[in-house]
Design a protein around this ligand. Sequence first.
Ligand code: GDP
Length: 361
Amino acid sequence: SLTIGIVGLPNVGKSTLFNALTKNDVLAANYPFATIEPNVGVVGVPDPRLAKLAEVFGSAKQLPATVDFVDIAGIVRGASEGEGLGNKFLANIRESDAICQVIRAFKDENVVHVDGKVSPKDDIETINTELILADLQTIEKVLPRLQKESRIKKDIGPKVKAVEEAQKILESGQTLFAAGIAQGTEAAEPLHDLHLLTGKPFLYVFNVDEDELTDEDFKNEQRALVAPAEAIFLNAKLEQDLAELDDEEALELLQSVGQDEPGLATLARVGFNTLGLQTYLTAGPKESRAWTIKRGATAPEAAGVIHTDFQKGFIKAEVISFADLIETGSVAEARAKGKARMEGKEYVMQDGDVVEFRFNV
Ligand code: GDP
C-alpha cells in the first residue's frame, strides 16, 4: 500500500504526533493478527457514510479506508551530503509515496529549537534545501551521460530537456512539486526513472499552540508558505491526549479548543487525497466497508482490491450511489426505482459508489 513519510527537524513534535497516530491504530482494532512495523502508524480515514450504511444493512462492523504513515527519523542539516544517517534518511524518503513535513509553530521555551528560534518559514526552507540538494546530485550524476547519448539517440532529446528544466527549477530553490512538476503529472513523466524526492506530493503539519488552532490570520499566513501543498494545523500534545479518551470525552475536549474533529482525522483525510486515492463502498450484514483505489480506477480494478479472482472473473458491477441508497432506504427499493446501475469493464469508479460485483469463479 502507499505510504506517507513523516519528516521534520528535531524537537518539532514528530514523536509526539507519531505516538498519537499509533494509539489511533485502526489495524490493531480490526485486524488483530496483522503485523505492523514499529515505525508505521495506520490511521483510519473518517467516513460518516459508513455509519449510515451500517444502519441500512444492519452491519456488525464498520471498516474505514486507511492511510499508512512512516516515521522517518533523522533529518539533519547536511543529510544530502550522504553521511550515515543522512543516507538512510534519503533512502526512506525515496520509498515513501508522499512527504509530510512537521513544522514547529508552538512557542514553549522549555523545548529547545535546533536553530534557536521558532520560524516555520526557515524550517521549511532547511528541509526543502536538503531535499533539493539531494535531487540536484541525482541529476548531476545522470545528466552528462544523457546529454552525450542524445547526440546519437535523438529520441531522448525531450528527456534531456526535461531533466535540464528540472535542474533549473531546483537551482532556483524551488521543489519540483511546488513548480507543478509533481509525480503523476505529464510534465514529470520523463523524470520518472530518476526517482527525484521533491517531485513527490507534499503536505505540511503545523504543530501549533492551542490558541493558534482558531487563529485564521495566522493559519492563512502558513498556508501561503506551503501552497500548493495542503496545510494541517494541530497540537501534537492535544492529539496524544485525544487518542487516550473515549469518543464523548474527546469531543468535549475538542470543543473546548474550538475544533470539531481531531487533527489526526484531518491529517488522514488530506493524506489520503494527497496520495491520489479514492474509496468505494460495500455493505452487508457482516460489515460496511470503504475500499481504497487509485483515482480513476475501473470497476474490474476496484474488484481486484477485494480479491484478484474478482478482477479475473469480473462480469459486471451493480452500482448504487450512496445518496440514492440512503434516499430510497434499501437495495430493493433502489432497484425498484431504477437507481441501481449495471456497469461493465470500462466503468470508472466514482466517489460514493456502493457496489456489488458479479463475477465468474
Ligand atoms: P521530535 O524530535 O520532532 O520527535 O519531537 P518530540 O515529539 O520528541 O517533541 C519534542 C518536545 O516538544 C517534547 O518535550 C514534547 O513534549 C514537546 N512538544 C511536542 N509537541 C508539542 C506541542 O504541541 N506543544 C508543546 N508545548 N510542546 C510540544
